[in-house]
Design a protein around this ligand. Structure first.
Ligand code: ADE
Length: 224
């Protein structure tokens, strides 16, 4: 799969995809992430990408031309399954949306800045608007990184043990059960006995119960 991210602060996206699972997915060639700066498309002599808000108001708005030209140059080369705008007034991201996108071929993600982007860009090009939570970030980049991370880590081949992504929190509307590693006794705190019993059906049952209990306590909304 291919993800194109449009950002006027591309430096913010340098690091998130250079480590661990995502780095492996990109190195193996099962996914590509490309970053584009709408500023490179600006026809303004100072390469401006923002301007004052019509009607007055504090803060600048990202202008149409650089974004429109950037999107159109990408669309010339391939069809996009979705053109997403990261915005706090979008639909809230969840695992179901991530799962859906992990099956797509080409996704474009537009990051806003300042007071946001001109509404006409949203009307003309954007097919879905996504928020990563009810708080306002200084730009869409961290949200785009969150979305890209969540998608890439579950595409087939990214995680060595395929089962591992299926047992994540939220995959079956349950939070993940607690996990332990060696030593079996850490300063007098012991690992639950069932986990060292070697009785795998019993371990599986214990994990299911723990997942259910944890969800009931912390996120009862997921059980409805
Ligand atoms: N841009 C600014 N705030 C955001 C949020 N909460 N989610 C996605 N993009 C954003």
């Amino acid at each position: 799969m291919r993800i194109d991210i449009l950002s006027v602060v591309p430096e913010l996206l340098n690091s998130p995809f250079s480590h661990s699972i995502l780095k492996r997915a990109l190195n193996k060639g099962i996914a590509e992430v490309h970053i584009h700066n709408p500023r490179d498309f600006s026809t303004d002599k100072h390469k401006k990408v923002d301007d004052y808000m019509y009607g007055g108001g504090a803060g600048l708005v990202m202008t149409c031309q650089p974004i429109a030209d950037c999107i159109e140059s990408l669309k010339k080369d391939r069809n996009y399954d979705e053109i997403i705008y990261m915005t706090p007034d979008g639909e809230q991201l969840n695992q179901a949306i991530v799962n859906e996108y992990s099956l797509k071929k080409n996704i474009m993600i537009l990051c806003g800045h300042y007071k946001g982007i001109d509404q006409r860009i949203r009307d003309l090009y954007i097919t879905r608007e996504i928020s990563i939570g009810d708080y306002v970030l200084s730009g869409g980049e961290l949200g785009a990184a969150v979305l890209t991370d969540a998608i890439l880590r579950i595409i087939p081949g990214a995680i060595n043990n395929e089962e591992s992504a299926l047992t994540d929190s939220f995959q079956d509307n349950l939070l993940a059960p607690p996990v332990y590693t060696r030593p079996a006794n850490f300063r007098g705190h012991k690992v639950p006995e069932v986990l060292t019993s070697g009785d795998f059906p019993k371990i599986e049952k214990w994990r299911e119960e723990q997942a259910y209990e944890r969800t009931k306590k912390r996120r009862p909304d997921l059980l409805q």
